[in-house]
Write a protein that binds this ligand. Sequence first.
Ligand code: HEM
Length: 153
Amino acid sequence: MGEAVFLTLIALHVLAATAWVGGALFFVFAVVPASRAAPGAGIPDALGRAFRPVAYVALGTLIVTGPLLLMLLGISPGMLLQGRFWADPFGITLGLKLVMVVLVLALTAWHDAVLGPRAHRAGEARATRIVGRAIGLLSVAILLAGLLLAQGL
Ligand code: HEM
């Protein structure tokens, strides 16, 4: 029973990671170059709006399933308060992963709520592109950190 729940949560976590990271990379490597080739066509804005519900559901799924996975791995909230938990390889990887997750959440909010709409209005998308790339890069690093966690590292 416990194993079935764990596998279900891992499946949801990995599917959500695929949607989130895949979406971020698609924007960096396809949408941005396409919008450079056809400036003023509103490509990033239209695609961003269409994909946003999927991206937000994926991110929400990761934030919910991640802590549940930790619980099922036997890591209680009390353990997280002990300094030595964060000193072994699993704790260090998890700590780095969580810092990057917080950064991605903050950058995504800034990108979607402030920079994106401003770029659409003013036609100047440099800052939005830089932050978008940072989100893509961090998301790949988070995914790799997840692979290490799954190995117990
Ligand atoms: C953008 C957010 C995230 C992404 C892209 C992501 C991605 C991944 C990936 C790809 C794996 C590997 C799964 C496997 O190989 O079986 C993984 C594992 C894991 N993730 Fe995440 N994750 C995210 C957020 C979180 C959060 C917020 C937490 C916890 C608070 C978390 C906790 C874990 C744990 C504990 C594992 C290891 C599970 C195991 O032992 O198999 N993740 N993650």
